[in-house]
Design a protein around this ligand. Sequence first.
Ligand code: SF4
Ligand code: ZN
Length: 732
Amino acid sequence: MSKLIASAAIRGAHTLVKQAEELLEKTTAEKGKDFTFEFPDTAFYLPMIYAMTAFPVKTLGDMKVALGLAKELLHDEPEEHLWKPYLGEALDSGMATLFAEELLLALKYINGLEPAKDPETGYIYNGFITDTIQRNLGIQLVDGTMPGFAAIIGAAPSDDVAVSIVRELQEKNILTFLSGNVNGNSVTKQLLRKGVELGWDTRIVPLGPDTEHTLYALDWAIRASLIFGGKKPGDYKEHLKYQKDRVFAFAVVLGELNDIIWTTGAGAINMGFPAIADTDVPVIHPTGVCIYEEVDKELDHGKIVQRAIEQRGLKITVEKPPIPVAYGPAFEGERIRKEDMFIEFGGQRTPSFEWVRTKELNEIEDNKVIIVGDGWQEKYEKGGQMPLAIVIDTAGRKMQKDFESIIERKIHHNINEAQGLWHMGQRDLNWIRISSNAKKEGITLEHIGVVMATMTHHRFKSIVDKVQVTIYTDEKDVLAIQEEARKAYKERDQRLGSLTDEAVDIFYSCLLCQSFAPSHVCVISPERLGLCGAYNWLDGKAAYEIDPTGGNQPIPKGALMDAKYGRYTGIDEYLKKASAGAVETLNLYTIMENPMTSCGCFECIIAIIPEANGVMIVQRGHTGMTPAGMKFSTLAGSVGGGTQNPGFMGIGRNFIVSKKFLHGDGGIKRIVWMTKNLKEGLKDEFSKRAAEEGVPDLLDKIADETVAEDSEKLLEFLTQAGHPALSMDPML
Ligand code: SF4
Ligand code: ZN
């Protein structure tokens, strides 16, 4: 390693440790050493320090201990005349820096200085990244829709260059964190000046104005090995290896480097994250720590993103339909307000629907877009509102009627991923907007058809051989064909309702999360969807047809060994292999004995409340206390990582209203507490299920956070309400 870099990394670490120490002393003098602190919504204390050392920092007193750990990693600057390999010292210093930065930021939170606010614009940075956000993004990380993460530090030479770099990252679906500044200027400010929409929805997340704020991104990364990887706190070697092998992060440093950037970079190199700079820096090319180069330079801003991607070893293939606007999942979160809108369809304003049909191969012409309607061009050019039917005809040797709904569900993404196009709802309740900007860029009605054809082919390669799209714009046509579509929707729903675990011989596995949680397998049956909520049995079936060697494999369920608990010979056999021995046997319908494992991206957690002889359910994102005595974040910490934990389980939200929900434990009558959000969201289906179970008013007997957040109050409420769980067989 270059002596210049090593010296800078070591100096920077000393500076930051000193800063942290000063702020710690000041804060402790004011608040006392027992003052407690936690970052917002995390179960992992100060995550970097916790993952590396297993030391849970809870108080200012603990911070002093942690600072001691950072100091142990400090080294002296290499002397002028000495030659020695500096890599170890520089990397140690980098780790000391990450500890010091984490302490500094925690202390700033205590002092009300975080999340930082920009004094000029009033813009509030993201600050610490919560566990909830991490879990929300879980599936996108594993299914490849989000292939990597970039941390951009500093400022681009011009606002336009900043925009073009970030757009390129967006188009490659890379999540981008922004931090640092060059003489007060930063990419965040450059994008704000250019009116670029920032935030999680657009995958550009400004963390804070200083280099130190980059730590929030690293804190986020390190929680992946805690949450999904099941790596034990303190097992630093395992954590660092996991980061290098599975977390595809890299840094792009824009503008001059200083000691703080070098030392933070040294910290990131520990985790296997390389950096690329746009200035003439000394490069480091030893392999081993990172996959390829550790520090590199690329002076051409048009090439810097591509170089960074190669440097981290990412393989990115992006399918973009031939349309005149940018395209990719990063544009999905974009809103189109009324003022920015050129034209809209549906949304209860005009008749509108979308429908996927199956046709014979000879009935349709591939990639053809037909627009039907008198003078539709003029009507479109006027803007405002317009009726719209999108009918997608598909044909293919492997196409099945069961796949129509799956292809149809992607219409939402197909449209939303185009910059300046917006979609909401589904079927005959859809709503589409085209922005004035997109219109200016040349978007026409035909492009909607083009997007559908391209993306349907792309997403369903081996199912669909031909796609033809017809767009109707006359109200009478739209209304007439809508009737046919409604009949088809109804038939589909009936078919779906008749799909039971007993009615099929094959279940599907989902192994997608194994890239993060190596021993986790979701077993997906018609009556139990994957715990992330994104994959049901039909999805599994379609995914297997699309990619027979992919993440969804058929599991012949075999012989039924236990009807009450849902145990099958075929599933046990499959799991032994697929979970690398972690799961010997699985019961699909109970939480008490060999329940399903959890990776980390569950929509909800069920936990037993022994005092109430029942279970509680809390969804991701709920930050309040629960009667289990733990918040979601803490509960989640003990459920994930791919192990079976009797009494605790992650589930997909819709499983709650399945007939197989805890079937072996007494079904939905076991639910004694559920958040208001879940109660309201599932109301209709839940009431139907409750009636089937003979307790039509069950929902009213179930407590929520407004009546109880501890088990004592919960019991009071249940007794008063006469909840059925109180008189059921004991769970334990
Ligand atoms: Fe992960 Fe299970 Fe969802 Fe598949 S279904 S993505 S394994 S949580
Ligand atoms: Zn998962």
